[in-house]
Design a binder for this molecule. Structure first.
Ligand code: MG
Length: 247
């Protein structure tokens, strides 16, 4: 299980789970949420597949203001409890797919974030049990229409447009998430460069906290907030988010 990379991809209009093996993908049978994903023996080159979001969530729970330096750049105080909002599953796209900039909404920002995928149903779990409930870690771009976020106060419109939730490229189980380098490049220019050590609330704290509000189902995605350095996207830009040990 060490450094396994679980992914979903489309093949002949079907979605399949797979396990990355170098530059090839071992096509899987079964369900990773139940630990039953097994290679079929068939493989496909990574370059020949379209990656899908590596989960089919009932909900995507996001955290605002969870990096100290990002609170500073936004002129917000550091919160004393996690600030939750939701993105709709209809916003999901896979790694390498296109974000659509909606017309007439003004500035649209990238937000590179560490995300987790839930592996087992979780209701009111303690922080020290969280790792038993996670399938693993992935990367999420919490794309945000910044002017609408300020205008509406509620985040639903600003965060909820179709394609505003790229996730992937895959899930890595069982990593220690307390001090991972997280970087965002736009057109090869470094725009965010931080560590998860700057988080206000840890992954274990966040997942436990959310599980006391709503039952988390297998496949649900939790995104843990963005570091400082957020900025606008222009048509044709390429966004690349990298997190140490993930991809
Ligand atoms: Mg965010």
């Amino acid at each position: 299980m060490h450094a396994m990379k679980l992914l979903r991809f489309s093949s002949q209009d079907q979605s399949e789970w797979g396990i990355l093996d170098g530059d090839r993908v071992l096509i899987g049978n079964g369900c990773p949420y139940q630990g039953t994903l097994q290679p079929t023996g068939q493989t496909v080159p990574l370059r020949d597949i379209q990656l899908l979001p590596p989960a089919t969530p009932s909900k995507i729970v996001c955290i605002g203001s969870n990096y100290r330096k990002h609170c500073l750049e936004m002129g917000r105080s550091v919160p004393d409890t996690p600030k939750l909002f939701l993105k709709p599953p209809s916003a999901l796209i896979g790694s390498g797919q296109h974000i659509q900039l909606p017309p007439s909404v003004g500035r649209v920002d990238f937000e590179g974030e560490l995300a987790v995928v839930v592996g087992r149903r979780a209701t009111r779990i303690p922080p020290d049990a969280v790792s038993e409930y996670l399938l693993g870690f992935t990367i999420l771009n919490d794309v945000t229409a910044r002017e609408l976020q300020r205008k509406d106060v509620q985040f639903t419109r600003a965060k909820g447009f179709d394609t505003f939730c790229p996730v992937g490229p895959w899930i890595v189980p069982g990593i220690e998430s307390g001090d991972l380098r997280i970087q965002t490049h736009v057109n090869n220019a470094l725009r965010q460069n931080s560590s998860t050590a700057d988080m206000v609330f840890s992954v274990d704290h966040l997942v436990s906290f959310i599980s006391h509000v709503m039952t988390l189902e297998p496949g649900d995605i939790i995104s843990t907030g963005t570091p400082s350095g957020v900025g606008p996207l222009q048509p044709g830009d390429t966004v690349a988010i990298t997190i140490e040990k993930i991809g």
